[in-house]
Write a new protein. Structure first.
Length: 234
């Protein structure tokens, strides 16, 4: 694992495709928060509870390296192949979906996930920092993806450590809000993963109502859907 560590190179890529690097992301890169330590695979349990890379506590997210981001831009997410929409990748899911800063052809900007195997994707966040806060709130509401490797208290410590490193970089009172939520003791909460899904109990640090009320601050009022050309059609 590597991560995103070359801010100068990342800015150059951003300039080439016409998507600005937001200050919070630039700060994360400059402070080394987007890099996986050399001993991450061997010592990830200790690292996640003390000095995690940014968003390491969240579900199914991994920072890209600069070379990987550039390859994605050149071989798939190039505006001339994507209806004029421009994307600056900074992370990926295990399935190959891309987390990216987005500039749509109509001038709209924000942050979202580009699905690699579907025609349409959604831009749900108006900024990178909104994306970060939403991801952390999702984790505060559901720690279950961490409990395969950690007990409940250690899982809670993973997200606390993540927030402690990110909070100073976030605007206004946002960092304090997240730190306050993370300081609680974990409890069992009911969560429903879909409109027809049965409720299930998961370890959490905030309730479902708190999650809904807080995350509304960081989501666009309505997701913006955009069409993409899949990589095998480029």
């Amino acid at each position: 694992m590597g991560g995103l560590q070359d801010l100068t190179g990342f800015r150059e890529l951003a300039n080439e495709i016409g998507v600005a690097v937001p200050p919070v992301l630039a700060d994360c890169i400059e402070r080394g928060l987007t890099v996986y330590p050399d001993d991450f695979r061997d010592n990830y349990k200790a690292i996640l509870q003390s000095r995690p890379p940014a968003l390491a506590s969240t579900y199914d997210f991994e920072w890209t390296g600069l070379d990987e981001a550039r390859t994605l831009c050149e071989e798939w997410l190039v505006p001339s192949s994507q209806h004029g929409n421009a994307f600056l990748p900074f992370g990926m899911s295990g399935a190959g979906d891309v987390y990216a800063l987005i500039r749509l052809v109509d001038g709209g900007t924000g942050c979202g996930v580009v699905l690699h195997d579907q025609d349409d994707s959604e831009m749900r966040y108006g900024s990178f920092e909104d994306f970060v806060c939403a991801q952390l709130l999702d984790t505060l509401h559901d720690l279950s993806h961490l409990t395969d490797d950690f007990d409940i208290d250690a899982a809670a410590q993973c997200v606390r450590a993540d927030i402690m490193r990110l909070a100073p970089l976030l605007p206004g009172q946002t960092g304090m809000l997240l730190m306050g939520a993370a300081s609680r003791e974990p409890f069992s909460a009911a969560i429903q993963r879909g409109p027809k899904a049965k409720p299930e109990q998961v370890p959490a640090l905030i309730t479902a109502k708190e999650h809904a009320d807080l995350i509304a601050r960081f989501l666009l009022l309505a997701p913006v859907t955009f069409n993409t050309t899949p990589p095998w059609e480029i």
